[in-house]
Design a binder for this molecule. Structure first.
Ligand code: ADP
Length: 489
């Protein structure tokens, strides 16, 4: 079976968040299930540069306002199709934002082009490689199912995966004329969304199946609190909505081999983490201390609950904790964490930015990773934390609820706990939770048990790849997909 994966970012070529990790790891995981996946990416400079082999397989001189080529090639072990359209993608920096930090004004065309090219490939543009299924990730690929539905008749199936329903790809109604879809598609049962165009809604409306990245998030998005306006449509389509957990690439994320670490270790050599802790302390200018060293690796946003953490930092430090923060995002939050580092020299360290190697080092040296998200479709940093013996302390929402086992008395008694969960998600509860973590950390035997349980958890793609493969096969065969206990249906 052949799958075209359509995504706006993919690790290791271009990454702004978890979508890239998933888009990079899933094709390889599917290969183990006998599925060949090719990934269609926009031709950003970093992507075109990375191509190790490259052949132009299609040209169009008038594609969303300029000329475009479709390149087929390999990069870093990935089989790629690259939409080389310099007028849309040949720009430096972030894939979505201009240098002023706001959306590129032509994002509507940039990602319509991606969806349109995906549909062409789905409909058999490349005679030597016709996919059975198009897998569209998030709003940036959301139009692919719409173009497929309104294009020439084809047997190809489509699946859209919601990585974060907060990002909906909304554009003004006037933009619809640029899409080349029939006027009938601008309707409630099409791409129209409260008078605008939504690319995510288009995907949810037209795809043969919808997945999201954890069973709990699949339930949550049926409610107004988490559905962000899409709950009605999702409720109508709940019979084709599936929650399949993300995994992580356990080779990229392996403390036993990680080249970014000062000292490599496994579950039997956890004392070696102390070297890494010293390296983290040195990097963030911290003094040594006995209490837990907490870390945060995140986009600095309201979603991630960073305002909650900022509000209680002084008390975290007052109770003997130390904190290292790596992230970037909202200016107010960035300065709150910079200020905290200024107020607590030697106890709080902040690095504003995006730094892959540093994130690995923090996971290898910190005692616990804080993930106080208000909503979290799956979350990857808690999985990375489990893998590195960096105990996850998480809000009980979405994929965080599905992947971390709270170290309550019962779980501790049977050695099952591998982290700490808290709810409801507010600053007071976060503070109480930190006190609880401090107590757990003070008991060395308990802490080691937590670390080892986390490191023994299966955070790989193996089980989830099986779930995707089952779903894809059922769709292509035209058989109803048997609901799993974790599905919404
Ligand atoms: P989201 O996609 O919502 O940002 P996830 O937890 O799903 O959150 O994925 C975030 C990914 O990006 C993880 O691999 C995490 O390690 C990484 N990441 C987030 N912020 C940074 C940062 N400032 N520096 C390096 N890596 C980061």
């Amino acid at each position: 079976m052949k799958v075209l994966s359509v995504t706006s970012e993919m690790f290791p070529l271009v990454k702004t968040g978890g979508l890239a990790d998933v888009a990079g790891a899933l094709p390889q995981a599917l290969a183990a299930e006998g599925i060949t996946a090719r990934t269609l990416l926009p031709g950003y400079p970093a992507v075109v540069r990375a191509l190790e082999t490259c052949a132009s397989v299609h040209e169009d001189s008038a594609f969303f306002g300029g000329s475009a080529r479709l390149l087929a090639g390999q990069a870093k072990g990935h089989d790629l199709l690259v939409l080389d359209a310099p007028h849309l993608y040949d720009r430096p920096g972030n894939p979505y934002l201009g240098p002023d930090g706001t959306d590129w004004p032509d994002n509507g065309n940039r990602f319509a082009a991606l969806g349109a090219m995906a549909a062409r490939v789905g409909a058999g543009l490349l005679t030597d490689w016709v996919p059975d299924l198009v897998h569209a990730h998030d709003w940036q690929a959301g139009l692919a199912p719409a173009y497929l539905r309104h294009g020439p008749a084809t047997r190809v199936k489509s699946v859209v995966t919601i990585h974060n329903i907060a990002f909906q790809g909304l554009f003004a109604a006037e933009h619809f004329a640029n899409l080349g879809l029939p006027q009938s598609a601008f309707a409630m049962d099409g791409v129209e969304y409260y008078g605008n165009v939504s690319y995510l809604k288009a995907g949810l409306q037209y795809a043969d199946a919808i997945t999201t990245v954890s069973p709990t998030y699949a339930q949550e998005i049926l409610s107004p609190q988490f559905g962000m306006g899409m709950e009605g449509l999702l409720s109508q389509r709940r019979d084709v909505l599936h929650g399949i957990l993300n995994g992580i690439d356990t080779q990229t994320w392996d403390p036993a081999t990680d080249p970014a670490l000062a000292a490599r270790y496994d579950a039997e050599t956890l004392d070696a983490r102390d070297h890494n802790k010293r390296a983290v302390e040195a990097r963030f200018g911290l003094q040594r201390g006995d209490g837990p060293l907490y870390c945060v690796i995140t986009r600095m946003t309201w979603q991630k609950g960073m305002d909650l953490l900022a509000a209680i930092i002084d008390r975290v430090v007052g109770r003997g904790g130390r904190l290292v923060v790596l992230g970037s995002g909202e200016a107010q939050l960035e300065s709150a964490f910079r200020d905290a580092a200024g107020r607590h020299p030697g106890r709080v360290g902040t690095v504003i930015g995006y730094d892959d190697a540093l994130s690995h080092q923090m996971l290898g040296g910190a005692d616990a990773i804080l993930v106080p998200s208000r909503f979290e479709p799956c979350g990857l940093t808690q999985l990375q934390g489990l893998r590195y013996g960096c105990v996850p302390v998480v809000a009980r929402v979405g994929g965080l609820a599905d992947t971390v086992i709270d170290a309550n008395e019962a779980a501790l008694a049977v050695g099952a706990g591998n982290g700490v969960q808290f709810a409801p998600v507010d600053a007071g509860n976060l503070e109480l939770t930190i006190e609880r973590v401090n107590r757990l950390h003070a008991d060395r035997v308990v802490w080691r048990t937590l670390q080892r349980a986390g490191m023994a958890a299966d955070v790989s793609w193996r089980r989830s790849a099986v779930r995707y493969a089952e779903l894809f096969r059922a769709l292509v065969a035209g058989t109803p997909h048997a609901a799993q206990p974790t599905d919404v249906t």
